[in-house]
Design a protein around this ligand. Structure first.
Ligand code: MTE
Ligand code: MO
Length: 377
């Protein structure tokens, strides 16, 4: 009942019916991705292809021009607050015990085009998210060989790409893309250093020859072109988790604290219909899509056909943390005219998508409810 082809069949037709709103646009001709920014690359998966497992259709989010890395001479270094400084060639890493896991990556700015009023940053609609099969070694296995010293703080993952951010707030000159993660997350088995994507060599666009995958966290932690791992004796306060990719948490003391973005928030998306789609009055229509909830499993997905006044649970596929879950339901609208569809996901810890946007999240972690406007004919 959940064949992928069935789920996706109706979407391109719906996009055409929508008069090709830019964020629902299919791509033209040769390019499988919607170009949001050409250089550095910000390429979005169109809604009609969102749940494809094709590497070519996986979104691309770069902050700097992609570096050129020769995988034959490439070395990964491990240094900092460790007993053993290490250096690995790709070959040496590939001789370690490998694991393969399906993991969703979502950009923390996915859905930014739905923010009102509009904000700066890449104007992603639905498609800065994707799931792939990643093959590599647990970061924990590398850290074990390096013997992390007592009192370690963050493990900083450093990319080979480098540049200066000149928009406000600017970076302190030219910097690498990097991200620190706490040692506890670094040692979890969903945190990987990978060289394969969907069972083929990791393409350069996705960080090849080597990248981090920090399962369950927004994409910024999954550092591409990984070249250095630096263990600190304190938390990292680099550009990419303070000036960028951070939000406000209000403590009991009332002081909003700037906090690095971490876990992916629950989200459900309708894949079989887009804005402007058509349903037939008096006829049963199947509506389907996907949901994901970061480190947690999806416990419930609900659909509302009355703008959020009432909700009914949909049929869920098997759900696991870190992965997409498929869902499907049937609606039989009676009255002709406009209809507002809303879908919401609740994870197994009881977190639900918020109705309204929380401004403390700045321009990230966008999972408030966004209606899909269709017409019943
Ligand atoms: N080195 C490096 N790693 C990076 C980035 C980057 O610009 N440089 N972008 C990050 C962000 S914001 C996201 S959402 C993901 C995107 O991964 P993808 O391009 O494979 O989809 O990579 C992350 N890792
Ligand atoms: Mo991102």
């Amino acid at each position: 009942m959940f064949s992928r082809r069935d789920l996706l069949r109706t979407a391109p037709a719906a996009a055409v019916a929508a008069g090709l709103h830019s964020h629902f646009a299919s791509t033209s001709g040769a390019e499988p991705l919607v170009v949001r920014v050409r250089e550095p690359r910000n390429l979005e998966t169109p809604l009609s292809e969102l749940f494809s497992t094709d590497t070519e259709k996986f979104y691309v989010r770069d902050h700097f021009p992609a570096p050129t890395i020769d995988s034959k001479t490439f070395k990964l270094t491990v240094e900092g607050h460790v007993e053993n400084k290490l250096e690995f060639t790709l070959d040496e890493l590939q001789k370690m015990e490998a694991v393969t896991r399906e993991i969703v990556l979502e950009c923390a700015g996915n859905g930014r085009v739905f923010l009102i009023p509009p904000v700066r940053g890449a104007q992603w609609a639905y498609g800065a998210v994707g799931q792939a099969k990643w093959t590599g070694v647990p970061l924990g296995a590398i850290l074990e060989r390096a013997k992390v010293k007592n009192g370690a703080g963050d493990v900083v993952l450093v990319g080979a790409d480098r540049g200066a951010i000149t928009s406000d707030p600017p970076s302190p000159g030219a910097i690498h893309f990097d991200r620190g993660i706490p040692l506890t997350k670094a040692k979890k088995d969903e945190t990987l250093v990978v060289w394969n994507m969907n069972e083929a060599a990791l393409p350069s666009a996705h960080g090849g020859p080597l990248r981090a995958i920090v399962g369950g966290w927004y994409g910024m932690a999954s550092v591409k072109w990984l070249s250095r791992i630096v263990v600190l004796d304190k938390p990292h306060a680099g550009f990419w988790q303070t000036m960028d990719y951070s939000y406000w948490i209000r403590g009991k003391d009332g002081f909003p604290q700037i906090t690095p973005i971490t876990a992916i928030q629950p989200k459900a998306v309708i894949a079989s219909l887009a804005d402007g789609g058509i349903l037939k009055a008096g006829a049963a229509s199947t509506i389907s899509g996907f949901a994901w909830a970061g480190e947690n499993a999806v416990a419930k997905v609900e659909l509302s056909v009355d703008g959020g006044k009432s909700w009914s649970a949909v049929t869920l596929g098997k759900s696991k943390p870190l992965e997409y879950t498929r869902w499907e339901t049937t609606v039989t609208p009676q009255q002709k005219g406009p209809l507002k569809l809303l879908v919401r996901c609740t994870d197994d810890k009881g977190n639900t998508q918020p109705e309204k946007r929380d401004p403390d999240r700045r321009t990230y972690m966008i999972n408030h409810l966004v209606p899909v406007d269709v017409t019943v004919k």
